[in-house]
Design a protein around this ligand. Sequence first.
Ligand SMILES: *[C@@H]1O[C@H](CO)[C@@H](O)[C@H](O)[C@H]1NC(C)=O
Length: 319
Amino acid sequence: MAPRSPPSAAARWAKPRPTNWRVLPLLLLLISAASLLLAIGFLQVALGGVLRRANALGRQCAPGLEGRSGGEDGAGHRRRIAIVSFSDEGGGRGPGRGRSFSGVGKAVAGNKQAYAARMGYVFVDAGGMVDHSRPPSWSKILAVRSQLPHYDWVFWNDADTMVMNPAISLETILHAAIGRTNLDASPDLVVTEDTNGVNAGVFFVRRSEWSDKFLQTWWNKTSFVRFGSTKSGDNDALKHLLRTLPAEELRAHVAVSPAQCLFNSYPWVPTLKSLHRLFTSPRTTWNGVYSDGDFLLHLAGLDDKKKWVFDMLDEMRPV
Ligand SMILES: *[C@@H]1O[C@H](CO)[C@@H](O)[C@H](O)[C@H]1NC(C)=O
């Protein structure tokens, strides 16, 4: 049988087959979906650019944060401050391997070490201190508690954090968060809040009896321990603890930073989830999003931490 020559374009249009019409709604749907995705993608890129410039656009993480530095108060008294972290959290052990951090631990530790050296703090890598009966994240409590007797303040940093603006001192941050200059009296715990409430990834603890008892109580919240998910439970335990603290005690001992970006900024990632968050909690998102000039970047909840760390450290290279 001789092959039939293909019908000319004119012939095809002249005799539309009924199936063409049945495909039309599907085609329209596909075009609409593609346009919607394109629009969302465009919106996300545009929003990312705007959010990254939050500080240039007038956001203030704290008044007069820039330029004020140095670790002394009026009396010339220096405080001993330790930055405590595990440089290789998890190390591929246990759940959440997708978020594993191997290979970048050293880079992040170097970043913290350089900042501590510049400012006269001590960087403590408490990685050897992990209690493997719980997800490693819980051991931050043990690490902080073990260092507290030797310092005036301990600044806890999860492993997925980097100092992006080393010109800002921790004393300046504490003054801004506490709202006064006396760092030798309570509050004892200084935290930030994101759209989920208090974040346990980055916080300050002052050496005091209250702090020691608080850390013990936090560690004792064993019913919150979770295995096999991205949640290990220590953050939920902290939130529960703060929620159930008597109001008077909370007021006296715990300070929530007026702005998350004072010392715990999250990068903007173009996902539907973050877009949804931006529209449901615009103020909180704006106050917590990482913008150029912010002190600390925290890759909270992100998967591709390795790429983030090296990209951001590249950005920091002095020009
Ligand atoms: C925490 O638990 C330990 C061991 O069970 C106990 O000795 C300690 O008193 C508890 N501390 C607090 C503050 O609850």
